[in-house]
Write a protein that binds this ligand. Sequence first.
Ligand SMILES: Cc1cc2nc3c(=O)[nH]c(=O)nc-3n(C[C@H](O)[C@H](O)[C@H](O)COP(=O)(O)O)c2cc1C
Length: 195
Amino acid sequence: MKQSFETSKLYYGFPIFILGYQDQTYGYNVTTCSSSYSLGDWLVIGVGSEENAADQIKHYQKFTVNIPNESFMLEMEQAGFISHREKIAKLGLDFQSSKLTQAPILDACPVVLDCKVDRIIEEDGICHIFAKILDRLVESDLLDDRGHFKNDCFAPTYFMGDGHKRVYRYLDDRVDPMGSFIKKARKKDDKNGIT
Ligand SMILES: Cc1cc2nc3c(=O)[nH]c(=O)nc-3n(C[C@H](O)[C@H](O)[C@H](O)COP(=O)(O)O)c2cc1C
């Protein structure tokens, strides 16, 4: 039986990423985020209006989404706990500046989206940033010999929790192709003579 759950928030599992952006004071900077969705070439992220990341992205209208794996947890957490300061040199992060957006592309993150802001809707202290993905960069060992993404080789970490407690969650190795369950069910129906 379900019951109404009173809580200030319920994050049901969002992949953690490091926002990379140019910074008017520090040249380049980073901020940890988890609020995003992507459909096709669109990406929408949620950034608190008070954060330095919001001001800098409003100014430059460009950013990168750097998606780390488990090996980057300490740096990821530090980039999410330090605010309004220089973080790239402080955390010892290696990066290259994107040719398209000049935003930092972090060496340690195997998957990176290079993005240009389309519009920002600011509501209740949150900037909802609608962006177009200009380029997708992935480490070559995440592509098979036909250039397709190796889904089973990439494991971002997930942010989950309620107002009481928030945690990091990790993916396991299980992978099922999309459509496989319907296919299996059809096969079973065929075997049982159900049409
Ligand atoms: C795992 C994790 C996820 C986070 N997700 C978001 C997020 O989606 N949006 C956001 O605005 N802040 C998020 N934060 C908080 C910011 O990273 C934090 O406020 C940071 O210090 C802001 O830095 P800045 O002011 O230098 O930009 C997250 C922090 C962590 C550790």
